[in-house]
Design a protein around this ligand. Structure first.
Ligand SMILES: NC(=O)CC[C@H](N)C(=O)O
Length: 378
């Protein structure tokens, strides 16, 4: 059993929002300073997967679950090579993690990876503030970084905004690698890494797909050099309005089966001529109700997005690549959660069917991708 010696003994820390609202607590993880976009995540479990999801790059994540760290940190659940959140905000950190897989405490892990956090603040009040005013820039300061509030606020207001941020190349692999099919190999997929989570190629591998994960900068020639049966566009951080659409347009031009998730859905939307916009505070958690309008079924799903596609919900749209429709919608707020082309094998969802963490209701989407590739071959 690992007992954290930190908690109440930690240094004072302060969280300063760009509109001046300030919360005082104690340092959690590394002592120092950090800046990012304040967003809240409503997952009651799965913090290790959240922390290591590259889509959280440059975001300071506020956990609405009041008690965080209960199951420690294990060697199996990381979704990428490191923690990506820019900062971490919790109400009440567990002092004694308890789980058969736990290897370290969460605060030790945050500290060893240099992630500045804050604990002991009213995360409910902070979440309500973000819900009312929208996601905004934030700073967390502890130790030597503490200064008078006005000076800290001025620094928060100078930090970069999420709108307009082009971040995929900061998180994606620089070298291509292969995730082999589990069992018999049936298909080859070229997956563009825009900030991919480890579970995603795994879910494809489980279905007999050999996944060639390519850097975010891969060209259409590099994509087609692996002779793919299908192309996959991953999730990723940043503003989809900044993304380069050359590769996806080439894939649509060639009518290769295409599946995108999250950032990938936003890129498909843009390639089809739809706009993307910033949501007020986004969807982050593992209990979001989505309806698949192609079957009428409702699924409970994992989300992490701050932007969304702007597309008409109730009509088929004509696009440069044929007719397209909104296939999935979030039942909380009618945000577009999926797109489907009607004249060629391409679709995408705004949420996370790989579900790490999260419910597995949406796993059928990987099967849909397989069906498109099968149909193409037939
Ligand atoms: N998880 C993702 O791919 C997020 C996509 C995009 N960065 C957004 O916030 O909407």
């Amino acid at each position: 059993m690992t007992i954290s010696t930190r908690g109440a003994a930690q240094a004072p820390a302060v969280l300063v929002l760009e509109d001046g609202r300030t919360f005082r607590g104690r340092a959690y993880g590394a002592v120092g300073e950090t800046f990012g976009e304040a967003v809240f995540n409503t997952g009651m479990t799965g913090y290790q997967e959240t922390l290591t999801d590259p889509s959280y790059h440059r975001q300071v994540v506020v956990m609405t679950a009041p008690h965080v760290g209960n199951t420690g940190v294990n060697d199996e659940d990381d979704e990428s090579r490191k923690i990506w959140v820019a900062g971490y905000v919790v109400r009440d950190p567990a002092r004694i993690p308890s789980n058969w897989r736990s290897r370290r405490t969460l605060d030790d892990e945050l500290e060893s990876q240099g992630i500045v956090g804050i604990s002991g603040i009213d995360t409910r009040a902070l979440t309500r503030h973000l819900r009312e005013r929208g996601a905004m820039r934030v700073g967390i300061f502890s130790g030597e970084a503490l200064a008078d509030d006005a000076a800290l606020l001025a620094r928060v207001q100078q930090a970069p905004e999420m709108k307009g941020a082009d971040l995929s190349f900061e998180v994606a692999t620089t070298e291509a690698y292969v995730v082999p099919a589990i069992g018999e190999k049936k298909f080859t997929v070229a997956a563009l890494d825009l900030g991919i989570k480890g579970m995603t190629p795994h879910r494809m591998a489980e279905r007999g797909i050999e996944v060639h994960v390519l850097p975010s900068t891969a060209t259409a020639e590099e994509v087609y050099a692996v002779n793919p049966d299908g192309v996959f566009l991953s999730n990723g951080p940043g503003d989809p309005a900044t993304a380069d659409l050359t590769v996806i347009k080439a894939v649509l031009e060639r009518r290769t089966p295409l599946f995108g998730i999250c950032f990938g859905n936003q890129l498909l939307g843009r390639a089809l001529g739809f706009g993307t916009y910033k949501l007020k505070y986004g969807h982050r958690g593992i209990n979001q109700p989505v309806q698949d309008r192609t079957t009428g079924k409702v699924e409970v799903t994992a989300h992490n997005h701050g932007f969304a596609v702007e597309a008409p919900l109730d009509k088929v749209s004509d696009t440069p690549y044929g007719r397209a429709e909104v296939s999935h919608v979030c039942l909380n707020d009618n945000v577009v959660e999926g797109l489907q082309l009607l004249d060629q094998p391409a679709f995408s969802v705004q949420y996370h069917p790989e579900a790490a963490a999260g419910p597995h209701d949406a796993a059928y989407l990987f099967d849909r991708f397989v069906s498109l590739m099968e149909a193409e071959r037939a």
